[in-house]
Design a binder for this molecule. Structure first.
Ligand code: FEO
Ligand code: CA
Ligand code: CA
Ligand code: CA
Length: 600
């Protein structure tokens, strides 16, 4: 570690160049090694990955698709041996399956047509969703999965789960298949997440609306509820093969998704719990910290234009020496939503049935109604509509909290406010929260804008990177983030592209303190078409895990690299670069050559 001058950046690595090509890039002096790819074995008896002959049975034993959140749960406190927990957010059919795409011309533009799903493909898709829990070990400086790890597990869209907390057993979560209103199968669209102080794995259910199809029976009581959540938006055709994803057959099923899921990783047969006390919305993630008084505080974003920032404070206190005593902490506590004022203050408004507008007359007869319709409850309380809240990270070193707001091009000039200061916000921003008295359980505090993102050399963008930030160092669209054990902020992005920003997504190191505040440096970048997820540091800061999601996906910017990208003709064959191997999402382990802490 080099000595650092007063006011200098907390990061001393040599920044890489922003750009776009087929490979990943990391700062000089670091190794970025592929740890786990889609299709890699999670168990010793998993079949080898055979992309031309995929089956659901094989996928259930292999690493899933589109890795997003990455967490690390140390074994015996080690930074070199632990459980890696990884969300598999969604599937990208055109990059996964051979022979299903056709390039067609529409209005002079090339588009991909994807063949309708069949039962076999849907079963593979469902098995590729969910999460992976896998033992990993660092030996001779290199991380390797431990395939006979006794705690290794795949969670999929079919894994049995239990609804707990205020909505459990309520009529609105009962279905034809489940009269108890507590037994749910699967978790979907798990974006970011968290690891609790007691070592459980949190999976946030984000864009659950996209998995439902069909029409509600006429006059059904959930019509307004579902409209507020965008249900249904049939992106997957699962309802053609599984009745529960068809509203005409199981009208209450969408109320069983959109929750925070907690997994006890110490028992590979544990039934994951959907913790309804934390509300139902497009949950981005749930990073947590122990407050001064011992309560555990979870920061929660609802990733939608004009939706809200939440937090949950447990009623009970964390017991550091009694893991079992913490296992149901998430069933009791207070869910709050944020209201930001123009004077730099904010308030956390409690969502409690019977308080304020959350009454019988407004359709909130119990706390179950409040959590099932969290968005409507927050609307009535007067929460502040935000520019798409993504990951929210408490920082135990400086006591602050960082809120990633990814973008919101629909914000009109007459709707800007202090905390969402830009109209047509294409590049997003980062807000810093300072809870009153440095107490994460406080009900009010102060906010500041840390960073308005985008190219600072284009005046009308209105970006606020420091002048020390180079042409490589700026970014747009903050999404996932991490704070390392030194309290330094690392930001991963979703949406930088050749066309919009002349760069791929990546991992940027962002100074938050002193004169260097709002200085950003590019540390790692993904191959073309990819999105940067993870990131996560081991407790010793000597490894950073990052997740490259949907590499090779053109998204809405095929023009940026000249052509559509699909299974047979991807824009990159990262990470294998073999002609018979499709592009594969993968988790990458970054270490310093010769050892040492990352970034210094
Ligand atoms: Fe799945 Fe909000 O990103
Ligand atoms: Ca995200
Ligand atoms: Ca995070
Ligand atoms: Ca994302």
């Amino acid at each position: 570690e080099k000595a650092r001058a007063e006011g200098a950046s907390a990061f001393t690595f040599d920044e890489i160049e922003a750009g776009v090509d087929e490979k990943h890039h990391v700062a000089a002096g670091y190794d970025a090694d592929i740890l786990l790819r889609w299709g890699d074995p999670v168990f010793a008896d998993a079949p080898a990955f055979d992309p031309a002959n995929q089956t659901a049975e094989a996928q259930e034993k292999q690493f899933g698709y589109n890795n997003d959140y990455v967490g690390y749960i140390p074994i015996d406190g080690s930074s070199e041996h632990g459980l890696l927990v990884v969300n598999h957010e969604y599937t990208s059919e055109h990059l996964m399956f051979p022979g299903i795409t056709q390039v067609v011309e529409k209005d002079g533009k090339k588009e991909l047509e994807i063949a309708p799903a069949d039962a076999k493909r849907v079963a593979i898709e469902m098995a590729a969703h969910g999460g992976t829990i896998i033992e990993i070990r660092k030996e001779g400086g290199n991380w390797k999965p431990v395939l006979d790890g006794k705690l290794n597990r795949r969670i999929t869209a079919k894994t049995e789960m239990q609804l707990t907390g205020p909505a459990a057993g309520h009529d609105r979560v009962k279905t034809n298949a489940d009269a108890s209103g507590t037994k749910v199968f699967g978790t979907i669209n798990n974006c970011a997440g968290g690891v609790t102080p007691w070592g459980t794995y949190i999976m946030a259910e984000e864009n659950f609306h996209g998995y439902f199809q069909g029409e509600l029976p006429a006059g059904h009581r959930e019509a307004a509820n579902y409209e507020r959540y965008g249900v249904p938006e049939d992106s997957y055709q699962w309802g053609n093969f599984e009745e529960r994803f068809d509203l005409s057959k199981e009208p209450n099923e969408p109320n069983r998704f959109g929750w925070i899921v907690e997994v006890d990783v110490n028992d590979p047969h544990s039934v994951p719990k959907k913790r309804t006390a934390l509300g139902r919305f497009r949950h981005e993630g749930a990073e947590s910290i122990v407050a001064k008084g011992g309560q555990v505080v979870f920061y929660l974003g609802d990733d939608e234009r004009f939706d809200y920032v939440y937090k949950f404070v447990t009623a009970g206190k964390f017991s550091p020496d009694d893991r079992a005593a913490n296992l149901d902490l998430l069933d009791e506590g207070t869910l709050y939503v944020a209201r930001f004022a123009e004077d730099g203050s904010f308030e956390w408004l409690p969502l409690i049935q019977g308080q304020g507008p959350l009454t019988d007359e407004n359709g909130f007869e119990s706390q179950a109604d409040v959590v099932i319709e969290t968005r409507r409850a927050a609307d009535l309380l007067g929460a502040t509509p935000m520019d798409r809240p993504e990951d929210i990270q408490p920082n135990g070193v400086n006591g602050k909290v960082y809120v990633m707001l990814t973008n919101n091009t629909k914000r009109q000039a007459d709707k800007v406010d202090g905390v969402n200061p830009r109209a047509k916000n294409a590049f997003g921003h980062i807000v810093e929260l300072i809870e009153d008295g440095g107490d994460f359980a406080a009900t009010k505090g102060r906010w500041e804008i840390l960073l308005k993102c985008g190219d600072p050399s284009v005046a009308e963008v209105g970006a606020s990177f420091s002048t020390a930030t180079t042409a490589n160092g700026w970014f747009g669209m903050p999404d996932n983030c991490a704070v390392d054990s030194a309290g330094r902020l690392w930001v991963a992005t979703d949406g930088n592209s050749p066309k919009q920003t002349g760069r791929t997504d990546g991992l940027w190191a962002v100074d938050t303190e002193g004169e260097a505040r709002a200085t950003s440096k590019l540390f790692f970048r993904v191959p073309v078409g990819g999105e940067m997820c993870g990131p996560l540091f081991t407790p010793d800061d000597q490894t950073a895990f990052v997740a490259v999601q949907h590499p090779g996906d053109g998204g809405d910017d095929w023009e940026g690299f000249g052509r559509p990208s699909y299974y047979e003709d991807p824009s990159t064959r990262w990470p294998d670069f073999k002609q018979d191997m499709p592009v594969r999402p993968a988790v990458v382990a970054i270490t310093k050559q010769g050892g040492g802490k990352i970034g210094v």
